[in-house]
Design a protein around this ligand. Structure first.
Ligand SMILES: NC(=O)c1ccc[n+]([C@@H]2O[C@H](COP(=O)([O-])OP(=O)(O)OC[C@H]3O[C@@H](n4cnc5c(N)ncnc54)[C@H](O)[C@@H]3O)[C@@H](O)[C@H]2O)c1
Ligand SMILES: [Zn+2]
Length: 363
């Protein structure tokens, strides 16, 4: 599959055993030098295989500490330290081996180093294979905001080896499935049917089912990105559930809920708001809840946030434009819209109901 961006087009390779295949890298490496960026969880599992595949090249590596809390400028600098200390030139290829954190950081380092060098994404989490490795958004967090320092920089190739998903913790697999469900809800109703029918195979990590889920997710993302690379319009649909989800992540403190978990509960909130506005049938909200819950994902927001706190947290999200909150809402399963044109009273009522329901739960 190809992400069609003219001169910056690139392939997404999906399959078993790809990370140890030289053919998955050689066509996309221009010079002789490569810098593999990974972390201290993923490197012990997969770095050897990648090094074997790159054996004919001049291999350098930098291993970062694992965790979203290290996705910052200080840790990013360790990549620049390696690039400079080892005198890597403009034709170096940076190879990101890991989940979304490593991919976003290595990609951003590649965007900045000598004003831009090539990079290859080798995503090893389901979330990274279906979402973060495709589309060219790179960056790090700042104390005052997530992903606020970054750049668009497309990779030369994405190598998604579904075998790597075998070592992923269950909770991380489920978090990735939330983003998979997202593509169906936004624009692919047949995919939603398929996900409902494939629940057990996916949870059992059946290789064919996982490959198909990655493939269909990437095809959806590639189409959206090809139509709107810099998020002037349509690409914002990919943020379904994310304004609510980011409020959950920030409100509870990063790391309490995984991103995909917060997005799952956030998508249910978006569906419920859509139903309140009369845009989506109540049955469809139930169907979305069952699908996500079936993957072991949370479908209710955490009980700790008041309506005021929700609104304050949602206002910081970068999807606010001209003072009006824009949300991705559903007109149907498989039919999302980006809009600021909804009744704010309906949003407030939803948030108040959420807070009241949790008040009862904790009383
Ligand atoms: N650039 C984008 O378009 C985009 C899109 C979505 C998310 N993101 C970013 O992605 C990040 C989240 O990515 P993530 O969910 O992959 O988190 P992550 O990179 O933190 O990986 C999750 C955990 O799994 C471990 N891990 C990775 N691969 C493994 C494997 N094969 N076996 C065992 N353990 C493994 C990691 O070391 C980590 O502990 C966030 O920082 C988010 O902002 C970016
Ligand atoms: Zn997401």
């Amino acid at each position: 599959m190809e992400v069609d961006l003219g001169a910056r087009s690139y392939p997404i390779l999906i399959g078993c055993g790809l990370i140890s295949s030289p053919d998955c890298y050689a066509p996309y490496v221009r010079g002789r030098q490569v810098l593999v960026v990974s972390n201290d969880t993923v490197a012990p599992l997969y770095l050897d295989a990648v090094e074997r595949a790159l054996a004919s090249l001049d291999i350098h590596k930098v291993i970062l500490p694992d965790g979203e809390r290290y996705k910052d400028l200080a840790t990013l600098n360790r990549i620049f330290d390696a690039l400079l200390a080892e005198r890597l030139g403009r034709d170096v290829t940076v190879i990101a081996l890991g989940g979304g954190v490593v991919g976003d950081m290595a990609g951003f380092a590649a965007a900045c180093y000598q004003r831009g060098v090539d990079f290859i994404q080798v995503p090893t989490t389901l979330l990274a294979q279906v979402d973060s490795s495709v589309g060219g958004k790179t960056g790090v967090n700042h104390a005052l905001g997530k992903n606020m320092i970054g750049a668009f920089h497309q990779p030369r190739a994405v190598v998604a080896d579904t075998d790597t998903l075998s070592t992923l913790p269950d909770r991380e697999l489920a978090a990735g499935l939330a983003e998979v469900v997202k593509y169906g809800l936004i624009r692919d109703p047949d995919f939603v049917d398929w996900l409902e029918a494939s629940r057990e195979r996916l949870l059992a990590r059946d290789a064919d089912a996982l490959a198909e889920a990655v493939e269909r997710s990437c095809r959806n993302k590639a189409e959206v990105v090809a139509a709107d690379e810099r998020e002037a319009g349509q690409r914002a649909l990919l943020n379904l559930g994310h304004t609510f989800g980011h409020a959950i992540e920030a409100g509870l403190g990063y790391g309490e809920w995984l991103h995909g978990e917060a997005v799952a509960a956030g998508m249910v909130m978006a569906a419920e708001l859509s139903a309140r506005l009369g845009w989506l049938a109540a049955d469809d909200v139930g169907r979305i809840r069952r699908l996500l819950a079936g993957f072991g994902l949370p479908v209710d927001p955490p009980p700790d946030l008041t309506a005021e706190r929700w609104l304050a947290l949602m206002a910081v999200d970068k999807k606010v434009q001209g003072g009006r909150l824009r949300l991705v809402l559903l007109r149907a399963i498989g039919g999302a819209v980006v809009t600021a044109d909804f009744d704010p009273a309906a949003l407030r009522a939803l948030l108040e109901q959420t807070a009241a329901a949790s008040g009862r739960a904790t009383a």
